[in-house]
Design a protein around this ligand. Sequence first.
Ligand SMILES: Nc1ncnc2c1ncn2[C@@H]1O[C@H](COP(=O)(O)OP(=O)(O)OP(=O)(O)O)[C@@H](O)[C@H]1O
Length: 318
Amino acid sequence: MARRALGPATLAVVQAVDALASGGWAVACSGGVDSLALAWAAHHVAGKRGTPVRAVVVDHAMQPGSDAVAAAAVARLAGFGLAAEAVRVTVADAGAGPEASAREARYAALEAAVQPRERVLLGHTLDDQAETVLLGLARGAGVRSLAGMPVSRGVFDRPLLGLGRETTLAACAELGLEPWADPMNRDPRYARVRVREVVLPVLERDLGPGIREALARTATQCREAHDLLSELAEETDPALTADCLHLLGLAPGLRRRVLADWLAAEGVRDVSATHVDAVERLVTHWRGQKGVDVPGGRVSRRDGRLLLTPASGDGRLR
Ligand SMILES: Nc1ncnc2c1ncn2[C@@H]1O[C@H](COP(=O)(O)OP(=O)(O)OP(=O)(O)O)[C@@H](O)[C@H]1O
């Protein structure tokens, strides 16, 4: 019996997945439109290739009934033959807010669930990338955040970064799949939701279509610039990364990257661009100032070198 031809949107998702190298895949699936379309396509492509594929649904256990949502996603995946398991995580709010904490717990659970030679596929789309770039732009956090999400990092791949959300939506419709609508995706308390529902439509209307693609291209270009800076920073002699005279001789962009890397290497977590700018002034505008507070400690300048003093008193950063 002849197989029914794939619809155009389904075909686009399948082609995006088919561009991935062969190997085992664990599709990270929320049951939402993007990862559901991705899961179907991964199941389809892996079936043709004869390679293993499964899905993992993370239950963040943050709302009552989250286990039922995860179970429904597992059932939806099983509905087209994809084996899936639900993994329940405990989200500890470390002060970065519930959204960031949930993301951190999710990535940790997915990394823990991955098997040798398996890749984890994530359903981020061009729209997610455009939103990430705009949010990074608004934060003023430099090329690192403008670089958006990488196509590939560690065990994770994002094969749908080149496709718009309308394609995953249309693919689900073509396939008769009913995605779960995450209420958080419509909650205007989240900046990402306001960017998606207010800012991007205004930009598209006033600057013309193609803004999402342009933002995604910006991400690619900034990633290249970010990678180049990283390479240059790594070439800096470790003995000189806190040497003010040496730092003064570097181009400003490279100097800030070397300083950010130095702070991270000293154990300072969550280094923001504002912290780096403040520390940089100890190098470029030295007037004997007292020092600069950073998370967990204080950076001061002594005998032409930067020095990090932990705030805890036990010699370690908290
Ligand atoms: N609860 C979850 N379990 C497993 N994977 C998840 C979960 N939540 C998100 N992911 C993965 O992270 C990707 C991005 O999720 P996010 O919620 O940021 O975006 P989204 O556009 O709403 O995605 P989706 O439509 O797939 O839910 C998803 O496509 C999926 O691969």
